[in-house]
Design a protein around this ligand. Sequence first.
Ligand SMILES: Nc1ncnc2c1ncn2[C@@H]1O[C@H](COP(=O)(O)OP(=O)(O)OP(=O)(O)O)[C@@H](O)[C@H]1O
Length: 362
Amino acid sequence: MDAALLIDFEQRFRDGPTIQAHLTLPATPGRVAVLFGPSGAGKTTVLRALAGLDRPEHGRILFHGETWCDSSARVFLPPQARRIGFLFQDYALFPHLTAEQNVQFGLAHLPVAERQERSRALFSLLHLEGLERRGARELSGGQQQRVALARALAIRPRLLLLDEPLSALDAPSREGLRGELRRLLRELGVPTVVVTHDRLEALALGDDLVAMEQGRVCQVGPVADVFNHPAELAVARMTGIETVLPGRVARREAGLATVEVGSHSLLALESTPAGDAVFVCLRAEDITLGPPEAAPTSARNRLACTVVSLVPEGALVRVTLDAGVPLVARVTRLSREELGLAEGRAVTASFKAPAVRLVPRP
Ligand SMILES: Nc1ncnc2c1ncn2[C@@H]1O[C@H](COP(=O)(O)OP(=O)(O)OP(=O)(O)O)[C@@H](O)[C@H]1O
């Protein structure tokens, strides 16, 4: 079977970087792929090429076996022929039109009755009833987002493209709408590609994640796989792994790798061969803190540490530790009190072998 969405192109910008986009995505109904990475990674370039707004110099894009562009065959389907719904970062609603006129804008070719029926269905689906005659300027940020989504959906797109869909909203609205947008995208049954540089948004919205950095696709896979098993240092960094330490695999026995990190030997549930240089990656939430004389637990790794600093993060506290090598843990405020955590205090940091992720170190 053809890969549903095949993206295989290079785009060189004059006096700028070359964006290399080589990946396939399932693009099944309701499935959401997130293009994720820091500023300048090339996410927007990929989205614009999918939309047909830009024409890649070399390569091709195929959607369910249909060629949308192919530089060597000189094929380029314009945006309207691709039947794509595009939601821009700032929603780009026409300010002088009402919500309803915005939604019906792309439907001029349809009979009036059908136009109205489609927009009625979308106003209901997106919980916008009663706002039909409101001017676009008189809508809240969240309402504008839903009207823009309704407009993108009105043409019954085969693929929905969303560029930073929540970035125009303030933080509290963003948090609320993340979950709602996810539910909507599942319900709509249109395959979707979302661009974001926001980790929480990527986790909340995505089924698949495309991790990009500096014009290159670093890793593609189900969101949880990429977050739990970054394939390289750049992905570990962008998925927010707090502790990254250089080490070397000393030996491998019974499915466990022993990794030398500073003066410590850590056990990891990885198949990296002995002798390999690695980065040891640890998520803060996988580290448990206990008193220095704590009784052994099931955790395979136990390091004596000193607390370096404590930084409140809402209900949690970020704890920087010195174990000869730097570590970062995150505990609840209650644990902080129970353990009497304070700068200079001695503690034991424990973590299990599966929590120790190894990525290759060049
Ligand atoms: N028309 C252009 N001419 C020259 N360079 C460009 C052009 N468009 C993009 N670039 C460069 O290509 C790189 C990728 O840009 P792109 O906008 O795709 O990144 P992004 O991941 O979407 O970033 P952001 O999150 O900041 O929007 C950047 O270095 C950018 O400066």
